[in-house]
Design a protein around this ligand. Structure first.
Ligand SMILES: [Zn+2]
Length: 111
């Protein structure tokens, strides 16, 4: 698939989302979570909503260096490199972030 075609497909996907962002994360099926995550990746131009580096690359150096207690996280947590971050109080989606940024936010900020 060419880059232009891929871009067009994402644009179409973004436009096809029934609801505007943010959405209520706990109400989403896993298929919808994937779609919403893709929509955020498109909206954020491929950058992490937390550390602002490319989602397909390693997170910011400060995040990379931060100690993460992997025991705090469920098995398979780090298998998916891009996570859909949401507010644990309101359930509202925030954006697409690195798995490690998600772990960092949870461990250090309780988010
Ligand atoms: Zn990040």
């Amino acid at each position: 698939m060419s880059e232009n075609k891929d871009h067009g497909a994402k644009k179409k996907l973004f436009a096809s989302l029934a609801q505007p962002l943010p959405v209520h994360y706990p109400s989403l099926s896993s298929a919808m979570r994937k779609q919403v995550r893709e929509a955020y990746v498109y909206k954020q131009k491929g950058l992490c909503a937390h550390c602002n580096t490319k989602l397909i690359e390693e997170p910011d150096i400060l995040i990379q260096r931060a100690w993460i207690d992997e025991k705090l996280f469920p098995e398979g947590f780090f298998d998916h490199p891009i996570h859909l971050h949401h507010d644990h109080n309101t359930g509202k989606t925030i954006g697409a972030i690195h798995a490690r940024c998600n772990a960092y936010l949870w461990q250090y900020k309780g988010e």
